[in-house]
Design a protein around this ligand. Sequence first.
Ligand SMILES: [Ca+2]
Length: 277
Amino acid sequence: MPDGKILAGGNFENYGPPRVAGFIAVRFLPDGTLDPAFGDAGSGAGRITLPSPNSNMQATAMQVQSDGRTILAGYRISPGYRVALGRFTPDGTADQSFGTGGAVYSTFTGVYNWFFGLALLPDQKLLAAGAVQYSADSGLKDILLARYHVPPPTPLQIWRVTWFGSPADSGPGADENDCEHDGLPNFMEYATLSHPLEFTANPCRPAGEGRFTYSRPAAALTEFSYIPESAPSPGGPWSSSGLTSSVLTDDRTVQTIEVAPSSPSSRLFLRLRVTKL
Ligand SMILES: [Ca+2]
C-alpha cells in the first residue's frame, strides 16, 4: 500500500457445522503485525470475511481502488459454479454498497465459470478475465472476459449504510421514511445533518430577527438543491426571490448557510425547500 502497509487477499473455509467459506483480506502494518484499524475487532484484528454459507470459494485476483476499497475476484464452487467478486471498505468491512452484502456472483455460460485476473479501468469499471467450460464431460473451454460497471457509492448511499445498514432506498432507510416521526423524511435529515433516529424539531435555527441558518454536508450539493423561500403569510405565495444566502463557514465537509431577506420587511415568513436533483 502507498503508506507501507501490506494487504493480502485470499479465501477461507470453515468446515463447521455450519460450513462457511468466503473471501478474506488481511492488512499488516509495515513491521508485519496485524493492523488493528482494519477489520472486525470481534473476529480478530486485521481480518475481514465475506461468508457464503455452504459453499467453497477460491480467490484468485485482487485490486485496490483509488478510494481505498479492495476488490477480490475468483469463483464459487458450490452451490452452483459461479464467478465471484467481493469488495471491502478501507476500514475492513464487507462493503454493503457493493452487490448483496459486498458480494456479486455471476454465471455466464456453460457449467463452470472462473475468474483468474482483475483490472481496474480508468472509468471506474472492472474488467475480469477467466474461462468457461461448456459441459462437465467435454472439456471444451473458452476465454471469459467480463466488464462490470461499479459506480462508487454516493454520499447519500454511504449515509444510509451508516445509519440503516444498507445503501438501498427501501425499508427503514428509504429516503421518504420518517421512523421517529419528526416530520423530516430521511433524505431531509441527511441533507441538513439532522439525526435520523432522534426527534429534531427544526433543522433551521434562528440567526437573529428575520434570518435563519442551516448546515449541510458539502457532498450533498451533488444530490440536492437548497432553495430558501419567503412568503407574506404561511399560506403563501412562496417565492425564492428577495432572499440572500451567504456561507458562514465551510470546512469542505460541512457548510453553514445564513439566509436573510435582501431588503428589510416588517412581516415575512421563511422556509427552506430541499429537493433531490
Ligand atoms: Ca425523521
